[in-house]
Design a protein around this ligand. Sequence first.
Ligand code: PEP
Length: 250
Amino acid sequence: MRQPLVAGNWKMNGSRASVRELLDGIKHGIAEVGGAEVVVCPPFVYLQEVQDQLAGTAIAWGAQNLSTEGSGAFTGEVAASMLLDFGCKYVIVGHSERRSYYGEDDALVARKYAVARAMGLVPILCVGETLEERETGVTEEVVGRQMDAVIDLEGVEALQDGVIAYEPVWAIGTGVTASPEQAQEVHAYIRSRVAGKSTSAAESLRILYGGSMKADNARELIGKPDIDGGLIGGASLKADDFLAICRAAG
Ligand code: PEP
C-alpha cells in the first residue's frame, strides 16, 4: 500500500511575511488531512524559517534543486549536505523549468538524483513531455528516456528510494490539467516500465501527478490506480487550496 504524497513546489515565490502566514495556515489545517504525507518545498532562503516552524509537526519539507558537487568553489550552488543541515527530507530534481530555462539535461538530472540519494535525501524526479511531443505521439519515448537516464546510472532499485512526478509541460502553470485518463495512461506506462525491470520497485514507487492540480480536480486524479498524489505549484501558495488537495489525497 503506497502512502499518498502531496508536495508543494513554491517555486520562486514568497517573502518572509508570506512564508510565515502560509506555514501558519498549513499547520492549522494539517490535522484534518488524514493519511497523506505532506511536503513543502520553499526557495532555499526560507528553509530556516520552514525548519523552525515545521520541526516536530507531521509536515516534511524539501528543496527545489541541489548541486551535484559536495562543497567548494561553485558560486551560487547549494549542496545536499546543506539541505540536510536544514532538515530537508526531499529534493525536486529535473523540474521542467530547470530543464528548459537552465539547460539541465537528462544526464545532469540523473547525477543530481544520484547525489541526493547517496546523501539520504528523497529525490522527486520530474518527467514529462511538451505539447509538441504529445501531439507528435512521443510522450512515452520522452518520459522513458528521462527515466532511463536515472535507471542506467543508478539501477532500477534507485527508484525505490525516490518519487517520480509526471508533469506534462503543457499543464504546468497553464490552468490546463491533464484529464484523469490521460494522466493515468502515462502513470501506468511509468509503472510498467519499472515493472519490466523490478516488480517490487514498481509496486512501491510513488508516482505523483503535477500540472494545474487544484482542489476541484485532485480527487478524480488521485483516485486513479497509478496516481499516488500530486506535485503542486500555484495551488500550494494558498493554505486553504493546498490543504484541500491534501485532504483529497488523504
Ligand atoms: C509545478 O511547477 O510543479 C506545477 C505542477 O505547477 P502548477 O501546479 O502551477 O501547474
